[in-house]
Design a protein around this ligand. Structure first.
Ligand SMILES: Nc1ncnc2c1ncn2[C@@H]1O[C@H](COP(=O)(O)OP(=O)(O)O)[C@@H](O)[C@H]1O
Ligand SMILES: [Mg+2]
Length: 579
């Protein structure tokens, strides 16, 4: 075995493997360089998702020909004037992006410092291919062609131009949100995709996230122990099947950080189904010494000195905001989003403009189509309506929906979804109060299950007992239920145990006990709830409405759907063409 020092070319290609994974990561490095160069405008052109061409032009400080040559060398950077790697405020600092990209593509670097002439250097897969004068306005323009064309091992992992383009767009969005003071344009295959003027952060974020957040978003601004969190998050009822619309920033650097993603998840725990995801743009500001950005060559990961403090701020701050909004569901008539989160430390909601008919129609899709014969029982509307937010029950429709009259409109409640939520919150409140009310069964119930399910329930018996459910192994395939949580009321024990067993199997992974308990509680709550199809008395309906009004998070069911919707008087009038 003989040890040798690797030639610089090979070193660059090895580094390229870490720094540039695909067109989007090369693009990210180039745009970061433009931002570091003090650009006020960045223009981006892509062909075929960046596979054929990536061009980034800026009006930043530019480079002299000597600086350009140096910039293409490995570990050459202008961003660490001292040795203080822990005080980095620029995007770049490792000095490896340009040489890495140049080693796996054809790169053309044009640059011009204000007051002198432009210069061009061409590099073909790491080999200098020529230089000479170039005509361009002050600033820098870099073109990358045929990325990975000569690196089959990499090429193989590239996806279609379409999905490479999607990844590029995502990179640009993240950087454009990070630096709202900079203008951006993005062209793909000759088509203008984005035009962004310099703006404040809330305006920029609103431009890049779905406009629906105007109504379904919550502004965030909180400070704790030197950490500040600002941004906007979606109401739990406004969620997505993918976690692709979560934009997280630490000191203006876009990151994909596990601590932050985990905290975001935790804040929505049990407000949203496990396979659904909120939309969020969150900006965390922390003192430089609290965070290490030199963790990964692509610089998208960070390490916090005190991850628990960061998690605490995020979970606490978001949870507080979500609780405040909990009485409002996404289908609520009130316009919501105070998206101007940075304008003041505590926001003042905008006056309510009300919904137009078009959006009202959209909201009606919340209802399942009613395919059965409607059977309604009505109470005469005689007495004046007392000012309960959710109104007074007037009747039940299809044995599933409660119709109530409120001061300023009509409220429709999904009785099962609402009750399920109430049961969960009751169970949680009693758990947190330390006293779980149990209801012992006079005659223990015998439940037959698969042997593996019995094993799981037996293994979790201690935890379940802590929540008021006492189960005991009775035989290889039999469990005995001795007590159930009082909050559940009368329950189908066999169904509950079967569901809990599969719930426990699914949760087998590394979750905190608290998280697990919440999931188990949600499963129990579903079993203890008033089912759709049960006819309720007026007194029962009113009791449900009053309890919803005082229960936190009662605007959404445990799966993140709204539990109630409201038609304001003005909407009803519009529907009838009276307005
Ligand atoms: N668009 C640009 N405008 C001005 N200077 C640039 C630009 N892009 C790169 N440079 C210079 O080239 C150097 C090397 O860039 P890079 O390889 O990305 O490393 P890093 O950004 O980590 O310093 C930078 O430090 C900077 O001085
Ligand atoms: Mg760089």
């Amino acid at each position: 075995m003989s040890i040798r020092r690797l030639p610089p070319e090979l070193i660059n290609r090895i580094a390229a493997g870490e720094v540039v994974e695909r067109p989007a990561s090369a693009l990210k490095e180039l745009v970061e360089n433009s931002l570091d160069a003090g650009a006020s405008r960045v223009s981006i052109r892509l062909h075929a998702g960046g596979l054929e061409l990536i061009e980034v032009a800026d009006d930043g400080c530019g480079m002299s020909p000597d600086e350009m040559r140096l910039a293409l060398e490995r570990h050459a950077t202008s961003k660490l004037p001292g040795d203080a790697i822990d005080q980095v405020t620029s995007f770049g600092f490792r000095g490896e992006a340009l040489p890495s990209i140049a080693s796996v593509s054809r790169l053309t670097l044009d640059s011009r410092v204000h007051g002198s002439d432009g210069w061009r250097i061409e590099v073909d897969h790491g080999e200098r291919a020529g230089e000479g004068p170039a005509a361009l306005p002050p600033g820098t323009r870099i073109q990358i062609e045929g990325l990975f064309d000569k690196v089959p091992a990499r090429r193989k992992f590239l996806r279609s131009p379409r999905s490479e383009y999607a990844a590029c767009l995502d990179s640009v969005k993240r950087l454009a949100m990070a630096r709202s003071d900079v203008g951006f344009t993005l062209d793909h295959d000759g088509r203008r995709i984005l035009t962004l003027q310099a703006a404040d952060a809330p305006t920029r974020v609103a431009e890049l996230l779905t406009h629906e957040l105007d109504r379904h978003g919550i502004g965030i601004d909180c400070i704790r122990e030197g950490l500040r969190l600002t941004g906007v998050i979606s109401l739990p009822t406004f969620n997505r099947g993918m976690a692709d619309q979560q934009y997280l920033f630490v000191n203006s650097r876009p990151v994909k950080d596990r601590v932050l993603v985990g905290a975001l998840r935790a804040a929505y725990r049990d407000l949203i189904a496990r396979d659904r995801h909120p939309i969020a743009a969150l900006f965390l500001e922390v003192p430089l010494e609290e965070v290490d950005v030199n963790v990964h060559p692509a610089k998208t990961e960070v390490r916090f000195r005190d991850p628990a403090a960061v998690r605490g701020l995020i979970v606490g701050g978001l949870r507080h905001a979500l609780d405040e909004e909990s009485q409002r569901s996404a289908a609520h008539e009130q316009a919501a989003a105070p998206v101007m989160w940075t304008s003041s430390a505590s926001y003042v909601p905008e006056p309510n403009p009300g919904l137009g008919i078009a959006s009202l129609r959209e909201e009606q899709r919340v209802f399942e189509p009613v395919t059965f014969v409607p059977q309604a029982r009505a109470e005469p509307a005689v007495e004046p309506v007392p000012s309960f937010p959710l109104g007074v029950a007037r009747g039940q429709v299809a044995a599933t929906y409660i119709v109530a009259e409120a001061e300023n409109g009509l409220v429709i409640v999904d009785q099962h979804a609402a009750h399920e939520r109430l049961v969960l919150e009751r169970m949680r409140a009693s758990r947190e109060g330390g006293s779980i009310a149990r209801q012992a069964l006079l005659i223990p119930e015998v439940v037959d299950l698969e042997e593996t399910d019995c094993d799981r329930l037996e293994g979790a018996a201690g935890e379940l007992a802590g929540m008021g459910l006492e189960v005991e192994r009775f035989g290889p395939t039999t469990m005995l239920v001795r007590a159930v949580p009082a909050a559940l009321g009368k329950t189908d024990a066999a169904g509950l145990l079967a569901d809990l067993a599969s719930e426990i199997a699914e949760l087998g992974g590394p979750m905190s006990l608290r998280d697990k308990l919440d999931h188990v509680a949600a499963t129990m709550a579903c079993h203890g709830s008033v089912r759709a199809g049960r006819v309720l008395s007026v007194a029962e309906m009113n009791a449900l409405l009053r309890e919803m009004e005082v229960t936190p998070r009662s605007g959404q069911c445990n799966h993140g759907r709204p539990t109630w919707v409201k038609l304001g008087h003005s909407e009803i009038e519009k529907l009838f063409g009276r307005k």
